[in-house]
Design a protein. Structure first.
Ligand code: ZN
Length: 208
């Protein structure tokens, strides 16, 4: 069983400070039915923060993203940020009655990975620390999976920058660009003339 942690190249609007203690994991929901990790980052920037305040973001499809660097102080639970890791789950579990199995399972893998790394640390819901509904009354009980996942980090060099993402996704979807089979696309690699000729040739073929 492998778990991929997708890394995004975020632009931070301010300095981040390292966290000295880590003895708590706080679980949150996005309070939005659907939201990309980039959207959460933008929303937190709009709050005047340095950027995404959670350390991890788990989407409904089971994909896991790294938000704020793990060793830095987050912005997710006022008064508890200096000693905790914040994990946010896509969705609004105050109104959505069931978390998709894929998402729950990814959350359990992530907890397994973090507990292995930090030892048995306190796991809490945001509402247990502060007056908030977060992560919602239908948020399921999520506990670390016993079987440890093998973690693969999807490095930024293998992800397109946000301004090129739409075009890169399209190029992969239509088959113009293919990876090396291990999920690496080398998006910042320079094209040679012959590679460009092949791209143009493939493009002509898909037009017909
Ligand atoms: Zn919360």
């Amino acid at each position: 069983m492998t778990m991929k942690i997708n890394e995004i190249k975020f632009e931070w609007a301010g300095g981040l400070s390292p966290r000295k203690t880590t003895n708590k994991i706080v679980l949150h929901h996005a309070a939005a039915l659907s939201a990309s990790v980039e959207a959460i980052h933008r929303a937190h920037l709009a709050n005047g923060w340095a950027g995404i305040g959670y350390h991890f973001y788990v989407r409904k499809d089971g994909s896991v993203y790294r938000g704020r660097p793990e060793e830095m102080i987050g912005a997710h639970s006022r008064g508890h940020n200096s000693n905790s890791i914040g994990i946010c789950f896509e969705g609004n579990y105050e109104t959505e009655e069931k978390m998709p199995e894929t998402q729950k399972s990814a959350g359990e893998n992530l907890l397994g990975y973090l507990e292995e790394k930090y030892g048995k640390i306190e796991l809490c819901l945001h509402r247990e620390l502060l007056a908030t509904a977060c992560p919602g009354k239908y948020f399921p009980v999520i506990t670390a999976k016993a079987e440890l996942p093998e973690v693969v980090e999807n490095k930024p060099s293998d992800l397109p920058d946000y301004w090129a993402k739409k075009a890169c996704d399209w190029a992969v979807t239509v088959g113009l660009i293919s990876g090396d089979g291990s999920g690496n696309y080398n998006w910042r690699h320079t094209l040679t003339k012959q590679e460009m000729a092949i791209l143009l040739y493939k493009f002509k073929e898909i037009q017909q």
